[in-house]
Design a protein around this ligand. Structure first.
Ligand code: DGT
Ligand code: CA
Ligand code: CA
Ligand code: ZN
Length: 580
């Protein structure tokens, strides 16, 4: 069973039901069930086989029947009926941030608008503003949403890119005629979004490999199948290219197609300065045309008198200049992580219990876990009231006794909401009871840049604040962050010795990696924040680490690399406690 396709179908069905005016209770039950199924996606197949889907909370016989129907037929009859009745353009309209399913449905019914183009025209002509419940202001918002959606069109988040590319890569590598194969392009550089998927394969049988590639099960259409390159669309979503090269060409092709384009251009110029010519086929002596062999990219870099530059760094952001003088540091590695901070438990909107995290830390070689549930103002995420904070602290104390001999410690943190005026979410004596505080904005996004910047800076200046969480609130490919002067915020954090989080949730990857150097040069420290709501969410730390590698940050820049006592001393020093 294709679980991703199942989840997509369920989500589409929920939205279509909502557009169709189905009972709100039914829609909510459906969305809840979808979330539960997603959380158990690794065991869905087994549960469906043994007829135990209804053992999951919120999953009744109706939902279970639908899962089985999908497993058997690849679709659901109810979904097909709704698809036939509701134009795809109306479904597309629900993806615009300020326009939910209900509004989209009203606009469709009242004005017959069934596409984004028509919606845009009605906004611009002012006809939409006449509709009950609409105004010039909501129309302006919709237009802004459409413009954003257009600028995002055709790109995928990094995690979506990996999810689609990984199985293809495995099949390519297993194919008998393939010697070496890898992903290239922006995916290999771990850019936060990717435009298409690039593969390179070394083979002496390119025709067979490309014919195999274009008939992979995930391919929904073939764009081209030439001598050296084939292009397809994967899952109706994204283009994928494969280039077939010889063993000798392979490292050069990998380097070329990994890019970035700007990085490549600079490398070619450098090669020229040495009397060499560099392209996707190889490195050649100017004049004689003699080919200079290389087994891997490391050797190519060394031919160009450069340190090895990991793919993540290849953005022409100064990495070539550093590599030329031997000053590119060792890339940030997982092995330097001692603690993780920013994870949610059952006390707010997370699934794991405190003990689940302690156990995970023990089996994953992590010494401390900085628990950070939502604070009381974030009601929709079940933020913790004061008495719950006290209960959580007592439970942490008890667990810490139990886990001390296993070398694991849970820290009493909180993800405190930054209130509209920039204050934190609890009275001082409660704030003082936490080991550390991640301060984050979750509300009142619509402030001017000046107001938002002042609000966040005020939170940074609060002596209880240890870390600034997801600095801009951006949701990749969905909405830009709130308006804020990021450099002013970073300066303020540096002055106040508040660390800035690199939020590893692949929907956020916030703060943006392009600002990491700026922050580090001012002496700012960073944290890796998985922002986990499940145990598997802890693995999102991988994305944050990739962002650190993109900016060649080192372990001394990152608070997660401190031992637990050093980290606690750092947080205490901020509050005027013991100096760090
Ligand atoms: P994307 O797909 O928009 O996320 O970004 P990339 O970097 O994957 O770009 P893509 O797929 O167009 O091309 C893959 C790599 O091929 C790119 O990073 C560098 C190389 N490349 C493509 N076009 C050119 C070019 O005109 N000149 C040079 N020097 N390299 C190029
Ligand atoms: Ca690409
Ligand atoms: Ca490409
Ligand atoms: Zn948050």
């Amino acid at each position: 069973m294709n679980v991703t396709a199942l989840m997509n179908a369920f989500e589409e069905l929920a939205t279509l039901l909502e557009i169709d005016g189905a009972n709100a209770f039914k829609v909510r039950a459906f969305r809840n069930a979808t979330r539960v199924l997603r959380d158990h996606s690794h065991q869905l197949e087994a549960l469906a086989k043994s007829d135990e889907l209804t053992s999951l909370p919120g999953v009744g016989p109706g939902i279970a029947t639908k899962v089985r129907e999908f497993a058997n037929t690849g679709t659901m009859q109810e979904l097909e009926e709704l698809r036939a009745r509701i134009p795809p353009g109306v479904l597309a309209m629900t993806q615009i941030p300020s326009l939910g399913a209900r509004k989209a449905s009203v606009i469709h019914k009242e004005l017959g608008i069934d596409s984004i183009e028509k919606l845009k025209a009605a906004c611009e002509a002012g006809t939409l503003a006449q509709l009950k419940g609409m105004s010039a202001k909501t129309c302006a918002k919709i237009l802004e949403g459409i413009a954003q959606a257009e600028s995002f069109r055709g790109r995928l988040r990094l995690d979506e890119g990996w999810a689609l590319a990984q199985p293809i890569l495995e099949k390519l590598r297993d194919y008998p005629g393939v010697k070496r194969a890898d992903v290239a392009g922006s995916l290999r550089r771990w850019k936060e979004t990717v435009g298409d998927l690039d593969f390179v394969a070394s083979t002496s049988a390119p025709r067979e490999v490309m014919d195999f590639f274009v008939t992979l099960p995930d391919v929904t259409s073939i764009l081209g199948n030439g001598d050296k390159k084939a292009s397809v669309i994967i899952a109706g979503k994204v283009q994928a290219d494969v280039r077939c090269v010889t063993e000798a060409e392979y490292p050069y092709a990998m380097m070329h197609f990994t890019g970035s384009k700007e990085h490549n251009t600079k490398l070619r110029t450098r090669a020229k300065d040495f009397g060499l010519k560099l392209n996707e086929y190889g490195l050649f002596r100017e004049g004689t045309g003699e080919r200079i062999p290389a087994g891997d990219e490391r050797e190519i870099h060394s031919h160009l008198k450069l340190q090895y530059m990991p793919p993540e760094t290849r953005e022409d952001h100064g990495e070539i200049e550093l590599a030329a003088t031997g000053s590119l540091p060792v890339p940030f590695a997982r092995s330097s992580l001692r603690g993780l901070l920013h994870m949610h438990t059952t006390y707010s909107d997370g699934k794991p219990s405190l003990e689940d995290y302690a156990r995970w830390a023990h089996s994953n070689g992590i010494e401390w876990m900085g628990i950070a549930d939502h604070s009381k103002s974030l009601v929709i995420a079940h933020g913790m009231k004061e008495d719950e904070v006290a209960r959580q602290h007592a439970e942490i104390n008890a667990l810490n006794k139990q886990y001390a001999r296993r070398g694991v410690r849970l820290l009493k943190g909180i993800e405190s909401d930054i209130l509209p005026d920039g204050s934190l979410d609890y009275p001082d004596h409660v704030l003082a009871s936490f080991d550390f505080i991640v301060a984050s904005v979750h509300s009142n996004f619509a402030m001017t840049e000046k107001e938002q910047t002042a609000r966040i800076c005020r939170a940074i200046e609060n002596p209880h604040t240890t870390v600034l969480g997801h600095m801009t609130g951006r949701q990749l490919l969905i909405r830009d962050g709130y308006h804020v002067d990021q450099k002013a915020v970073i300066r303020c954090a540096a002055e106040n010795r508040v660390a800035i989080e690199i939020n590893g949730n692949p929907r956020r990857l916030d703060m943006d990696w392009r600002l990491i150097r700026f922050a580090l040069d001012l002496g700012c420290k960073l944290t890796i924040g998985p922002d986990a709501h499940s145990l598997s969410g802890l693995n999102d730390a991988e994305y944050a680490m990739a962002m650190l590698r993109k900016a060649w940050a080192t372990s001394s820049d990152v608070l997660n690399c401190l031992g637990v006592d050093e980290f606690l001393a750092h947080a205490a020093a901020r509050r005027g406690g013991a100096p760090s």
